[in-house]
Design a protein around this ligand. Sequence first.
Ligand SMILES: *Cc1c(COP(=O)(O)O)cnc(C)c1O
Length: 233
Amino acid sequence: MTSSSSDPVITSSFEAVRRKIARACRIAGRAPETVTLVAVTKTQSDAALEAALGAGQRVFGENRVQEARAHWMSRRAGPGLELRLIGPLQTNKVADAVALFDVIETVDRVKLVEALAMEAAKTGRNPRVLVQVNTGAEPQKAGVLPEEADALIASARAAGLAVEGLMCVPPVDEAPGLHFALLRKIARRNGLSGLSMGMSGDFEVAIRFGATHVRVGSALFGERRTPETTAPA
Ligand SMILES: *Cc1c(COP(=O)(O)O)cnc(C)c1O
């Protein structure tokens, strides 16, 4: 199951994105290894997953727990895989999420903090987490409001969660730079170094603003097979 195959199109997409990341780092005066490419594999085929593994990719983002299990359970034994949940998490899926993911990027409310802490106490497994911030205060979007972020970060730390940083998805119709700058500011004042920001359309901008993790899907795999769903994981 872990035997990976190569796909010339996907392989060259990985090369192109990695080159762009390296160039953006050079322009920003940053070392390229300070930015981790998270390949977003939601809706992708098994062949695409194998091609990504064949291209040497080991860090993956998924936005639904169930689909992530289908994609990765049998590939989990592979060397050095890191799985990151980047979609909303319902409390009734916390056990599955904790069992599967190394990092949960979408902690955005106290109820979820409590559920994660309880699961960690029960299982001894404590995935690293990011707090998702709704930088544009969009009513339909997940994430804690910027003015409530400090309190949530404090709650998560007090509950014993391993908080590594912050994550955001800026509004689609706005220039992302201000949102990335806001996320960086909140991270700095809370002593957090991880910044998950930037997608296919804006990861180079995000690197300029200090992203440590860029979440890239369509620039690697092409357009997704089914429309992106906003349903909770
Ligand atoms: C789908 C998704 C991405 C990747 O989006 P692309 O535009 O395809 O690169 C990144 N982050 C989140 C939270 C997503 O849901």
